[in-house]
Design a protein around this ligand. Structure first.
Ligand code: ADP
Ligand code: MG
Length: 611
C-alpha cells in the first residue's frame, strides 16, 4: 500500500504520524524529535530553516523568524486579531493584495499558506526519510473552530507543499479517534484541546467505530501564547516603568522575554515558583541592565484567570448546544500542551464535575488520529473498511438579506457533509445581475460575521421583476469547506456564478507558489545530500590530515611514497574547495578518493611500522 500520513499542523508544534501494522505511530523526524516546532526562519547564512534549527536561532534572528503563523492563516488583514498579532510579533506582518496577510522573510513577501507549506514540506521529508520512499497522500488537521477561509488556506498550503490532501479533519475529533481507536468504548466524551494558539472543545458520542460529533465550540485566538503574553507583562511592565524604557520594542529583547515567559509557565505547572534571569536585557548610557524576578504560580494564575474563564464558558456553551449537562458525560479527554497547567485542569474539573482523563498523549494524539483517519480512507478505497467520522460545521452559514441581517441556511453543529438551498428572485425588471453575500458566524447582523465571499449571478434572463427564480445551493463538504452552485428554476439550466473569495489566494498564485516550493524542496534536498556527504568526507579528511605528517617523514627518499603523500595533500585541498563551493558531485568524488588514499597510506604506515 502506498504510504499515507496524518499531520497535526499546530501553532507551536507539528507532528506527523502513520499506521504501522494496525498501530498508530508517530514518525520521529530526521532530527530525532517527535515534535517539529512550527517555526520558519531565514538564517544569516542565506538559507531557510524550519523546525528545531529555526527555533534555536530565534533570539539572535528574531526579525527573520516566523512563529505562531497559524494564528494568521486565512485571516483578513483588517481583522482585529491580525492587528493584535502584528503589534506583538518580532517579524514583519504586511498587507497582501486581497485584504489578506503576508509576512516578510528573506527579502520575500510570503503568504501564510506558503509558510505553512514549508512546515508541511519538512514533515513530508521526515516521512519520506522514514518510509524510504516518496510520500504524497495525507490527512491534515485544523482547529474545529476554523472557518471556511482558514480551512481553504490550509488546503492551499497542502497543495503548495506537493501533498495530496485527502481530507481535512478537526483536531479534537482526531484526538477522539486516537482515544477510541481499537478499544471497545461506548461513551459520551468531551475533548478539551488547548494548544499554543487555539482552543477547541467538542462533545462526541463514541460507539462501535462511529465517532459522532454532537457539538463543537472554541476560539481560534486563545492559547498558550496568550498566557505567555501575560507573563511577559508581569516581567516587563515593572521593569519598563522603573527604567523608563520600552523593552519590548527591541525584537531580540522581546524574543528573550517570550522564551523566558514560556519556560517559566511550563515550570509553574510543576513548581510554585520559578526564577527568571535575563542578564544584559538592555543597554543604557549608564551601562547594561539585567532583569531578574521570581514568578509565583499564584500571581500567574491571577493574571490569566480571565483566559481560563473564557475556556470554561466555551465548555458550558458546548454542553448547552448539545443539550447535555456534566452528569451526562462519561469522560473528559485533555489534549494540547497547555492542559498541563494545573489551573486549566482545575477549570475542567469544575465545569465537567469529574477528574479529566489523561488517556492520550496531549501533544501526539491529534497526529495519531489524523493517521487513523488517513489509513481508514486508504482502506475504504480498497475494501470499504474503516472508522466512521461524523463531524459538524462549527459556524452557521447564511446570506445577507435586507436591512443588513443574516438569513441562516445551515445552522452550526449540523453534521457535514450537508447542503441547503436559497431561492433568489429579481427585484427589478430586466435585472441583469445580482450579488449575494455569503456569511459565516453567529451574529444576527451581517456585519458581525465573517464574509466568506460574494456570489455574482450574471447574465440573468430578461424578465419582469420576481419572475426570475434562481436556486442557489450551498454545500459544506466533509472538510468543512463551502461550495456554491446555482440553477435557473425555469429553464433548469445551471446559472453562471462567480465567487470572489475575499481573502484567499487565486489559483494562479497557488500555482506559482507550488513552483517556488518545488524549487525550495529541490534546494533543500541538494543541501541535505551535500551535508551528509560532507560529514562523511570530513571524517575521512580529518583522519588523513592526522596520518599525513607521520607517513611523510617516514617515506622520505622513496619516490613512490613521496608521490603518494603529495597526491594526498592535493586531495585535501580539493576537499576544501568542494566544501567552499558546496558542490555535492565534487564532494562525492573527493570522498571516494579520500577513502582510497587513506587505505593506501594506512598500508604504507603499517609496513613502516613493521620494519
Ligand atoms: P499546538 O497544538 O498549538 O501546536 P501544543 O499542543 O504543542 O500546541 O502545545 C503547545 C503549548 O503548550 C505551548 O504554549 C506550550 O508553552 C504549552 N505547554 C507545553 N508544556 C506545558 C506545561 N508543562 N505546562 C504549561 N504549558 C505547557
Ligand atoms: Mg494542537
Amino acid at each position: 500500500m502506498e504510504p499515507i500520513i496524518g499531520i497535526d499542523l499546530g501553532t507551536t508544534n507539528s507532528v506527523v504520524a502513520t499506521v504501522v501494522d494496525g498501530v498508530p505511530t508517530v514518525i520521529a523526524g530526521r532530527s530525532g524529535y517527535e515534535l517539529l516546532p512550527s517555526v520558519v526562519a531565514y538564517a544569516r547564512t542565506g538559507r531557510y530553516l524550519v523546525g528545531e534549527l529555526a527555533k534555536r536561532q530565534a533570539v539572535t534572528n528574531a526579525e527573520q523568524t516566523v512563529t505562531a503563523s497559524k494564528r494568521l492563516i486565512g485571516r483578513k488583514w483588517s481583522s482585529a486579531q491580525v492587528q493584535q498579532a502584528r503589534a506583538k510579533a518580532t517579524y514583519r506582518i504586511v498587507e497582501g493584495p486581497h485584504d489578506d496577510v503576508r509576512v516578510e522573510l528573506g527579502g520575500r513577501t510570503m503568504a501564510l499558506p506558503e509558510i505553512a507549506a514549508m512546515i508541511l514540506t519538512e514533515l513530508k521529508l521526515d516521512a519520506e526519510a522514514w518510509f524510504g520512499q516518496p510520500v504524497v497522500k495525507s490527512v491534515i488537521t485544523v482547529p474545529a473552530h476554523f472557518n471556511d477561509a482558514q480551512r481553504t488556506a490550509t488546503l492551499d498550503a497542502g497543495k503548495i507543499s506537493g501533498l495530496d490532501v485527502l481530507r481535512i479533519i478537526n483536531e479534537p475529533t482526531a484526538a477522539a479517534l486516537a482515544y477510541g481507536f481499537g478499544r471497545k468504548v461506548d461513551k459520551k466524551v468531551v475533548v478539551f484541546d488547548l494548544g499554543g494558539g487555539t482552543f477547541d472543545v467538542s462533545l462526541l458520542n463514541i460507539g462501535s467505530g462511529v465517532f459522532d460529533v454532537v457539538a463543537t465550540g472554541g476560539d481560534t485566538f486563545l492559547g498558550g501564547d496568550d498566557f505567555d503574553e501575560r507573563l511577559i507583562d508581569l516581567l516587563a511592565d515593572p521593569f519598563e516603568r522603573a527604567e523608563g524604557l520600552v523593552l519590548r520594542a527591541d525584537p531580540m529583547a522581546r524574543q528573550r522575554l517570550k522564551d523566558a515567559a514560556e519556560k517559566a509557565k511550563i515550570a509553574l505547572s510543576d513548581a510554585q515558583e520559578s526564577e527568571v534571569n535575563l542578564p544584559f536585557i538592555a543597554t543604557t548610557p549608564g551601562g547594561p541592565l539585567h532583569l531578574q524576578r521570581v514568578l509565583r504560580r499564584a500571581e500567574f494564575e491571577e493574571k490569566t484567570r480571565d483566559l481560563v474563564d473564557r475556556c470554561a464558558r466555551l465548555c458550558q456553551d458546548v454542553m448547552r448546544d448539545a443539550f447535555r449537562s456534566a452528569r451526562d458525560l462519561d469522560e473528559v479527554v485533555l489534549v494540547g500542551g497547555m492542559t498541563r497547567m494545573p489551573a486549566i485542569q482545575a477549570a475542567c474539573r469544575r465545569v465537567f464535575d469529574r477528574e479529566p482523563s489523561k488517556g492520550v498523549h496531549p501533544q501526539e494524539a491529534v497526529a495519531l488520529g489524523a493517521a487513523i483517519q488517513a489509513h481508514a480512507l486508504a482502506k475504504e478505497a480498497d475494501s470499504g473498511a474503516g472508522v466512521l467520522l461524523l463531524d459538524v460545521t462549527p459556524h452557521s452559514l447564511g446570506v445577507c438579506i435586507a436591512g443588513g441581517l443574516v438569513q441562516v441556511l445551515i445552522p452550526k453543529n449540523t453534521t457535514v457533509p450537508t447542503s441547503a438551498s436559497h431561492l433568489f428572485t429579481t427585484i427589478k425588471d430586466n435585472q441583469k445581475a445580482a450579488k449575494i453575500m455569503v456569511m459565516q458566524g453567529e451574529s444576527p447582523q451581517a456585519q458581525g460575521n465573517e464574509l466568506l465571499g460574494e456570489l455574482i449571478l450574471d447574465n440573468l434572463p430578461k424578465a419582469l421583476r420576481g419572475e426570475v427564480e434562481i436556486d442557489v445551493l450551498f454545500e459544506i463538504s466533509s472538510d468543512g469547506i463551502v461550495g456554491v452552485s446555482a440553477k435557473d428554476l425555469k429553464t433548469g439550466q445551471r446559472q453562471s456564478i462567480q465567487v470572489t473569495a475575499t481573502s484567499g489566494l487565486t489559483d494562479e498564485e497557488v500555482r506559482q507558489m507550488m513552483e517556488q516550493n518545488a524549487d525550495y524542496l529541490l534546494a533543500r534536498k541538494t543541501e541535505e545530500q551535500f551535508a551528509s556527504v560532507q560529514q562523511d568526507a570530513g571524517k575521512l579528511a580529518n583522519e588523513l590530515e592526522q596520518l599525513l605528517p607521520k607517513v611523510k617523514s617516514a617515506v622520505e627518499g622513496s619516490q613512490s611514497g613521496e608521490e603518494a603523500v603529495s597526491r594526498a595533500a592535493k586531495l585535501l585541498e580539493r576537499t576544501r574547495a568542494a566544501e567552499a563551493a558546496r558542490d555535492t558531485a565534487m564532494m562525492l568524488a573527493a570522498k571516494e578518493s579520500l577513502d582510497q588514499t587513506l587505505q593506501l597510506l594506512r598500508g604504507i604506515a603499517q609496513k613502516l611500522g613493521r620494519r
